[in-house]
Design a protein around this ligand. Sequence first.
Ligand SMILES: [Zn+2]
Length: 572
Amino acid sequence: MRLLTLFCVLLCLWQIPVAAGQSAQKSKKVNTQKPLADLVFVNGNIYTVNEKQPKAEAVAIKNGTILFVGSTRQAQNFIGKETKTIDLHGQTVVPGLTDAHCHLMGIGLRELQLNLEGTQSLDDFLNRVKERVAQSKKGEWVTGRGWIETFWQPPVFPTRQDLDRIAPDNPVFLNRADGHGAVANSLALKIAGISKDTPNPTGGEIMRDKTTGEPSGMLLDNANDLMEPHLPKITAVLAAKALQVGVERSLSLGWSTLHIAGNSLEEIALIKQLYAMGKIKIRLYNAVSGPGPAADKLLKDGPEIDLFDGRYTIRGIKLYMDGALGSKGAALLEKYSDYDTAGFLINKEEDLLPIMIAALKKGVQIETHAIGDRGNRTTLDWYQKAFDAVPNSTPKPAAARWRVEHAQIINPADIPRFAKMGVIPSMQPSHAIGDLFFAPSRLGMKRLEGAYAWKSLINAGSTIAGGTDAPVERGEPMIEFYAAVARKDQKGFSGEGWHPEQAVSREQALKMFTLWAAYAAFEEQKKGSLEPGKYADLTVLSADIMKIPEAEILKTRCTMTVVGGEVVYQSK
Ligand SMILES: [Zn+2]
């Protein structure tokens, strides 16, 4: 026995260096041979967003990761018998695009429900609703979203009387595109028990007829919650369908990653199911809605990072500071120029600050919706209070990468605070070209200096995460890219107070939707540029958006989307 043991020990001791030597030799051998790729793209016009190697022709991919970026000739070294090669024939490639702010369920529901986008007048709007009412049974709810009255003549909110004329027997509830206002008809108001005597809820307004005091039908911000319990429930089947439809639409537009700006535990459970079944391929970075049960859970259990092979991360909490500019709910430091209010804050400090402090302790990212200059200043102030309360958090407050969603109207004194505090402005360029039509009258010329101030923020040292806020906006990358570099509406119009100097360069715009968006999700080591070791996420475009005339950007289409080395969308 003893002898045997001794023998074993000797053998083992003797074998260790031999084994190590063998494996060292083996890896040497492998190193002399280049690994072969699963997929190689050649003959492309590739913008890598990697400063060390900004342009390339070819990308080689293995196991969903980039192996090589460079010339078509060098890429041949990675092509073996099993390798698939795709000739791009000179098409333009950018890193997989990221929408840093959107509402996936809403994108899908917009496709599935009554879509009121692009209504040109009140009549046009009513005709579309009337059509849907005609298809509905008596008493059945008619819901939809997407209208914007600022495009109508005159630009006034619709009323319940307008809707009563076309829908006397169906409850109707229609969200404005921004989701911060909605119009209901009399039957819907009755069902929800909203009358002359209903007080305005905190952070919301039941708009009223000035003479009678009766509700006009318009509900702003938190007043929408009064309607919520009475609306038809979105079933799990419809919700799952909406998520899938939203994902498919996004992939077809060239998005490879979406940041979800607030959702529920139920939606997260559905998303996990869809991933587990292999039904969605896009990457998602998730902020849950707060305050509420989803935020409580995240603060208790901590972030969930890189689930489903690096496709799904739940790491943030979305909070709200104020409403929207369109519905005059944005909180301003001074009154609106065209309205006798300064807007309002939606939440109280004693409700949000404890969440912020708990998030810092747990490594949870906070992203707060702030539109008005008071909304933005207050958000930064409360962030600073949280940072001061937990100075030794991991990561440290300055590296916590908290975000302000929209950051639309900022007092110039607050612009440098973003970079100083390490707070990321997360902005949607299309908001500017939609809002700048009415912003001059609503805010006055002086305040516009800090409105949609992309360039000022970048010059002050910030990186901007670029998003679309779909379904509030269309959600198309080329509309956003165009808005960011042109700062003109889609017809090329730019009016007084639009501040063309706030437009960004094409390189900056591309970063907003790639590397800078990845940074806002702690993912810049894995995404946002095309370089070896990063995920093979690519967007192929029909034109060279870095060179073509501005107006042609809007005509550019996504021809292929690749996520993790898999072609998940290809145009026909
Ligand atoms: Zn949003």
